[in-house]
Design a protein around this ligand. Structure first.
Ligand SMILES: NC(=O)c1ccc[n+]([C@@H]2O[C@H](COP(=O)([O-])OP(=O)(O)OC[C@H]3O[C@@H](n4cnc5c(N)ncnc54)[C@H](OP(=O)(O)O)[C@@H]3O)[C@@H](O)[C@H]2O)c1
Length: 258
């Protein structure tokens, strides 16, 4: 067998699979033949998605996952591995953002957001990557954000978190070179999801106005979560010998009237 061959069965973990991009990714990977493990705090919502996977003939398991709780991540990894076998693909997708002015946001909240958006991703890495390195095979996808390269005001911890996440990912790509494990970044632009739907309406309107003011919302189009799911599926399906290390996906601007 070629050293570049991939096994036919490649169990995949998707965090934040209860809504938005994570739910779409679980459905897309399952449709492509990956057995999927869905993790999030709202397991009822993950079960809905898993039910759709099974109805379509795919394989899906659901386990509670709180990325801010180290024991939750460890238990999740143990249960998923016991049920699906060695995990070949990990999509680190869960994330959250809150609005606020940097000097007014209390430091505890700032730290809580970083704890999910960066430290949570590292907990996931610790839980799954050592075994991938041991097997000399595996894919890890970090779902970043365009704020990593074009920071938006009034979401400081989120911007810091995604910049940090990409720093971690780029360093990791070098550390993993030659191990057979590919760490990749998928960097979405604005996408319809549940992100920001918990914000106060006036605060959300203010923040969106500020994005326009600073040239960060050039047109009103948003992506569907399936667009990001397709990018993630493409990254993890690249043949051995090819590493799609970074993909940025943005909504196409509306056609101008002529
Ligand atoms: N939407 C956009 O415009 C956009 C743009 C760029 C990047 N992104 C990134 O895309 C990723 C997915 O976000 P989305 O847009 O799909 O938003 P979403 O619909 O709000 O989904 C966020 C997911 O994260 C999960 N989550 C939150 N806290 C968690 C925790 N402590 N432990 C485990 N899971 C947790 C949520 O599940 P539970 O609440 O059930 O735990 C939910 O499934 C995020 O990393 C986000 O930063 C989004």
């Amino acid at each position: 067998m070629s050293k570049y061959a991939q096994p036919t069965r490649r169990p995949a973990v998707v965090t934040g699979a209860s809504s938005g991009i994570g739910a779409a990714t679980a459905l897309t990977l399952a449709a492509a033949g990956f057995p999927v493990a869905l993790g999030a705090r709202r397991t009822d919502r993950c079960e809905d998605v898993a039910g759709r996977v099974r109805e379509a003939g795919g394989e899906a398991v659901v386990h509670a996952l709180d990325l801010t709780d180290p024991s939750s991540v460890e238990t999740f990894a143990e249960k998923v591995t016991a049920e699906l076998g060695d995990v070949e693909v990990v999509v680190s997708n869960a994330g959250a953002v809150g609005p606020g002015t940097i000097h007014e946001v209390d430091t505890e909240r700032f730290a809580r957001e970083l704890d999910l958006n960066i430290v949570g991703a590292h907990r996931l890495v610790r839980a799954f990557v050592p075994a991938m390195v041991e097997r000399r095979r595996g894919d890890l996808v970090f779902v970043s954000s365009d704020v990593a390269v074009r920071p938006r005001p009034f979401m400081s911890s989120y911007a810091a978190g995604k910049c940090g996440l990409e720093g971690l990912a780029h360093a990791m790509q070098m550390e993993l070179e030659g191990t057979g494990v590919r760490a990749s970044i998928v960097r979405p632009g604005p996408t319809w999801s549940e992100m920001g739907t918990d914000w106060d309406v006036d605060e959300a309107a203010f923040v969106l106005d500020q994005w326009v003011r600073f040239g960060l919302a050039r047109h009103p189009h948003f992506l569907k979560p399936t667009a990001i799911a397709d990018a993630i599926a493409t990254v993890v399906s690249a043949p051995r010998g090819v590493h799609l290390s970074l993909i940025e996906v943005n909504p196409e601007a509306p056609l101008e009237d002529r």
